[in-house]
Ligand binder design. Structure first.
Ligand code: GTP
Ligand code: MG
Length: 191
């Protein structure tokens, strides 16, 4: 079961394999960005300290590569985010969905990203992480809190020019579910 999951998740990246895509992993501190990257990188969960210095990793599966940027999420680190906006292919925005008291703060940062000119056409994959935590609010609640009740659709949708793909997927990085669907969705929009 675990092996199947792992392979399936890796396969869902196929759309990304074709390209040296530049992907930023953003979101508040403690959202799970570094944990997710660790799982994507070598399939393993690691204990991470909060990220204070931006880390860039080339993920390669077989002989195909893409470049990820893990930027810290605490307040001072957020000021560095904009230094990385140039020629970004996608944003993966993580939210700790088990921490509703921080939804407002997370929305504020997300809104700032969404209104940035440099990112105006960049696809956004929003991951509501940590749904393994009991009592975590529903996807509906998260969407409402983030102002994302209207998104572009989970299937492969042909969007009008100028419409930015954006979608929400709930996931648990530690249980390794949910994010695979999100990356598969994202791959539709990386040409
Ligand atoms: N329960 C649960 N905990 C998780 C999950 N994903 C990550 N965590 C935990 O959340 C904490 C923060 O994870 P990190 O990956 O360090 O968060 P980050 O987004 O990189 O945080 P910064 O580097 O401070 O911006 C760690 O204790 C992780 O083990 C999940 O799916 N479920
Ligand atoms: Mg981190």
């Amino acid at each position: 079961m675990f092996l199947f999951d792992w392979i399936w998740n890796m396969l869902s990246f196929l759309g990304l394999y074709n390209k040296n895509a530049k992907i930023l992993f953003l979101g508040l501190d403690n959202a799970g960005k570094t944990t997710l990257l660790g799982v994507l990188k070598d399939g393993r969960l690691s204990q991470n300290r909060p990220t204070f210095h931006p880390t860039s990793e080339e993920l390669s599966m077989g002989n195909i590569k893409f470049r990820t940027y893990d930027l810290g999420g605490h307040e001072t680190a957020r000021r560095l985010w904009r230094d990385y906006y140039t020629s970004v292919d996608a944003i993966v925005y993580l939210v700790d969905s088990s921490a509703p008291e921080r939804f407002e703060e997370s929305k504020r940062e997300l809104d700032a990203l969404l209104s940035s000119d440099e990112l105006s056409n960049v696809p956004f994959l929003v991951l509501g992480n940590k749904i393994d935590v009991p009592g975590t609010p529903s996807e509906e609640k998260l969407r409402a809190s983030l102002g994302l009740t209207q998104t572009t659709g989970k299937g492969k949708v042909t969007l009008n020019p100028g419409v930015r793909p954006i979608e929400v997927f709930m996931c648990s990085v530690v249980r390794r579910y949910g994010y695979g669907d999100g990356f598969k969705w994202l791959s539709f929009y990386l040409s």
